[in-house]
Ligand binder design. Sequence first.
Ligand code: ATP
Length: 133
Amino acid sequence: MADKTQRLEIVTPERKVFSGDVRFVVVPGVEGELGFLPDHAPLVSALAIGVVRVQQEGKTFKVAISGGFVEVRNSRVTILARTAEREDEIDRARAEAAKARAEQRLAAKTADIDVVRAELALKRAMARLKAVS
Ligand code: ATP
C-alpha cells in the first residue's frame, strides 16, 4: 500500500508544468487544503491561490499556483491552473518585488487603487515565496 502511486499532471494554458507518478499530493482548495492518496474517490474542486505539495519516491517538492481546478479520477490527479511554477523555477526576487508593490498599493489607499487586484497580486507573490521557503 505504501508503495502505491498515482499520476499527477499540472498544466496551465501555456505549458505542462509537471507530469509524473507521485505518492501523495496536497492542493489549496477554495475551502481548505485537500490531500489525495492513490485510489481517491472521484472529485472536482476549485483551487485557490496557494501551494501544491507533492510527495514522490524519496523526495517532496512544491508548486505555486494562482487558482484553477483539480480533477481526481482513476488514480489520476489533474491540476488545471491559471499559472503554476515549480519551486526550482520561481524567481524569488521577482516575487519579493511583486509583494512589495502590492503592499505599497494597499497601504496607499488612494482612490485609483484597485484593492482586489492588489490583494490578488499579494496572494500570488506570497504563495511563490512560500513555495521557495
Ligand atoms: P509579476 O507582477 O511579477 O508579473 P504576477 O503575479 O502579476 O507577478 P502572473 O500574472 O501570475 O504574475 O504570471 C505571469 C507569468 O509569469 C506566468 O507565466 C507566471 O508563471 C510567471 N511568473 C510570475 N511570477 C513569477 C516568479 N516570481 N517566478 C517565476 N515565474 C513567475
